[in-house]
Design a protein around this ligand. Structure first.
Ligand SMILES: O=C(O)CCC(=O)C(=O)O
Ligand SMILES: [Fe+2]
Length: 246
């Protein structure tokens, strides 16, 4: 895997993080928010709560299967991001084959948050649809000591646990805080960028769209467990699903 080939902007290839405001205009954001509100009035959106030490996973999520069925409008946004990231790349990035994980609508209610993690896939797009207090995506771009060959191993898990410690982040990391703003797009090397969502402090929900890309050859041996974890399966987790192979 060679990250240096992903050069659609130098800002991205240098730092593994790219932010573009007004990627979607306000009117379009409001339109998508309205569709989400209508969907929520007609369907139960699963609430997921996984207790973690520092920051928990506490949110609601509409997964990619529901999006494919009920939100055809989001397809155009996916294609627009696809065009942006594949503009200059020598290695094409494609959306995840796992439809459920390829695109999500994350809804974080007041007091909700998202735990520290790396994404399973190489590149993640976060499109913010509204304004909230708190709810920043906090990240440490290009921070992970990542060994692709041993990604599910005890060694990788130990390194990741060490790097997630607050004291290590403070000493060795450089935190970037991305404030939700309608139409703002953040693209990150999710697999190397440690990130989380700060708790929402205002009394409205934080709503973002998540788009996941990787090389066409990418394989995810942990996806069965990981999907159960982030989409609210019944499975009890005694150990971190990121390192559990099926
Ligand atoms: O909502 C965000 O800002 C990030 C969410 C996230 O990291 C994820 O869904 O993997
Ligand atoms: Fe993530």
């Amino acid at each position: 895997m060679n990250f240096d080939n992903l050069i659609f902007t130098h800002q991205f290839s240098d730092h593994g993080l790219y932010i573009q405001d007004d990627f979607l205009d306000l009117e379009k954001c409001e339109y998508i928010l309205k569709l989400i509100e209508n969907y929520r009035n007609a369907h139960q959106v699963p609430s997921v709560y996984r207790k973690k030490m520092e920051r928990s996973l506490n949110y609601r999520v509409i997964d990619g299967e529901a999006i494919a069925q009920h939100f055809p409008e989001i397809e155009q946004i996916y294609q627009k991001i696809d065009r942006l990231i594949n503009k200059e790349n020598s290695q094409e990035l494609v959306r995840l084959e796992n439809i459920r994980a390829a695109c999500n609508i994350n809804i974080t209610q007041p007091g909700g948050e998202y735990c520290w993690h790396y994404d399973r896939n190489l590149l993640t797009g976060i499109l913010y649809l509204n304004d909230v207090d708190g709810g920043e995506t906090e990240c440490y771009p290009d921070y992970r000591l990542y060994i692709p060959k041993f990604r599910y191993s005890y060694l990788q898990r130990s390194l990741d646990s060490l790097f997630k410690l607050k004291i290590i982040r403070l000493l060795f990391g450089k935190k970037v805080s991305i404030k939700p703003k309608p139409g703002r797009l953040a693209l990150m090397y999710g697999i190397k960028c440690l990130h989380s969502v700060h708790s929402v402090l205002s009394d409205n929900d934080r709503i973002v769209l998540i788009f996941s890309f990787d090389l066409a050859t990418a394989q995810f041996s942990n996806e069965q467990h990981l999907d159960a974890y982030i989409y609210g399966g019944q499975e009890e987790f005694k150990s971190d699903p990121n390192y559990l192979k099926s």
